[in-house]
Write a protein that binds this ligand. Sequence first.
Ligand code: 1GP
Length: 245
Amino acid sequence: MVKNNRTEVYITEKLKQGKPLHFTLLDPETLNTKEEIKKCIDFKTDAFMLGGSLKINEEYAKNMVKAIKSIDRNLPVISFPGNTNGVFDCVDAVFFMSLLNSTNPYWITGAQAISAFDIKTKKIETLSMAYIIIEPGETVAFIGDAKPIPRKKPEIACAYALSAQYMGFSLVYFEAGSGADESVPPKMIAMAKKTIDVPLIVGGGIRTPEAAKEKVLAGADIIVTGNIVEDNINRLKDIISVIKE
Ligand code: 1GP
């Protein structure tokens, strides 16, 4: 069987160009309009992620994918599952992710085992990703039974990131939690970047161009923003611009 790895190739090739990427997270708790999606694409977001801890459903995913693909059929849409119900036929790929600092094996390997055959049947491309929750962690820390890594302990985050790389994950994601008052500290990003070779994704609480710039200067390869689409979409333009300058 020939493995479909189009999204992986898309991300790898884009990163080789030497600029960080920006991914837009669409969360089903807010129903985004086609106008909002069009703006994200006009502002040059590099991919969409679909997911959230609550309220996810197939109908929502189909509508979002349809809206995105009607504007740009080549822009990847990636499932970002909050549970076993977050894998959809209509996406280009799924983050096959493990919440490494959960205290509950369900979120580390259990939900993944339950979903694995479903993903194989649906022939969805998988992108293996280690998901590491940093304080404050917000909803995903609560739902995922995480022990969020203290903001003042970058070495703990790095130890998790390096162990993820040694376990074979292709991507590492430092997540402060959607809507977090404090985003991932630059010192933690910089230390991780020096420690690991796989791309580092950073998200949660990034709502200004200055915050985005601080993360990419520290070494983040991919910046994820979610809430800003609803809160202040015009600021997203500046966020994406500074990431790519
Ligand atoms: C959540 O990191 C993302 O997984 C996005 O967070 O909604 O705070 O931008 P925000």
